[in-house]
Ligand binder design. Structure first.
Ligand code: DC
Length: 234
């Protein structure tokens, strides 16, 4: 393990990735990088510029001109698109659907992967996404793959949207989660895949604290074995 480790957290939506990535980063005093928020920001920028989601050359140009940043805030980080706080606007169901399409485009993936590598290069980071352990940082020090049943993930998403005051239907939300999974897994570029060396954690029947504890154990065990390796040599 490097002195300043990189932790990759991948998995489908609703598996608890965001909460756990944020909590793990906080517990370790690492920087948290939400790569989904980056794709969501590109989708919002594309929508505002009225760019066709299949128009790769316009998307490439857009990615070259926009600026995406994270600002650390008390409870939650804020996402800035060209200096504007878009943290809430990128979380609508409409944006989720568009992001699923936009994030499958090669120029968008190339631009975001480049940016994510720059953001994570110094280590002491937790990166959350779909392809962190496989594409962005295949050499990450610790990789987690969080999963949960589609039904449970749909239920979590439903509760989240309802809490925001949105009118939602449980069955429809589950169906949307399944459709988005299928699209994310079947796409040509960087499909959702578990890295061979990732720790697979099924969160269906577990609460946040239980999973966080499990993850902290894994990180600590990795740290110890890396320290031993350094002392004793291969
Ligand atoms: O994690 P999220 O729900 O905010 O992600 C939004 C969308 O972006 C989702 O359709 C998957 C996609 N995404 C991706 O393709 N690669 C990533 N590294 C992160 C997210």
């Amino acid at each position: 393990m490097n002195n300043e480790p990189i932790i990759a957290i991948d998995g489908p939506s609703g598996a608890g990735k965001s909460t756990l990535s944020r909590r793990l980063a906080r517990a370790l005093s690492y920087t948290y990088i939400d790569t989904g928020a980056m794709y969501r920001s590109v989708a919002l920028a594309a929508q505002r510029a009225r760019i066709d989601p299949d128009d790769d050359s316009s998307l490439a140009e857009l990615c070259d001109t926009i600026r995406i940043e994270f600002v650390r805030g008390g409870e939650s980080d804020r996402v800035l698109l060209d200096g504007e706080d878009v943290s809430s606007e990128i979380r609508t169901p409409e944006n989720s659907l568009l992001t699923s399409r936009i994030s499958s485009r090669l120029p968008v993936r190339e631009a975001m992967v480049r940016l994510q590598r720059e953001m994570g290069a110094r280590g002491a980071v937790v990166l959350e996404g779909r392809d962190i352990g496989t594409v962005v940082f295949p050499e990450a020090d610790v990789k987690f793959f969080l999963s949960a049943s589609a039904r449970e993930r749909g239920r979590r998403r439903y509760e989240e949207l309802k809490a925001k005051g949105l009118e939602v239907d449980l069955d429809q939300t589950i169906a949307e989660v399944e459709a988005r999974d299928a699209a994310d897994s079947a796409r040509e570029h960087a499909p959702l895949l578990m890295a061979a060396d990732a720790f697979d954690i099924d969160t269906t029947q577990k609460n946040i604290e239980e999973v966080l504890e499990e993850m902290l154990h894994v990180v600590e065990a990795k740290r110890l074995s890396a320290a031993q390796f350094k002392r004793n040599g291969p």
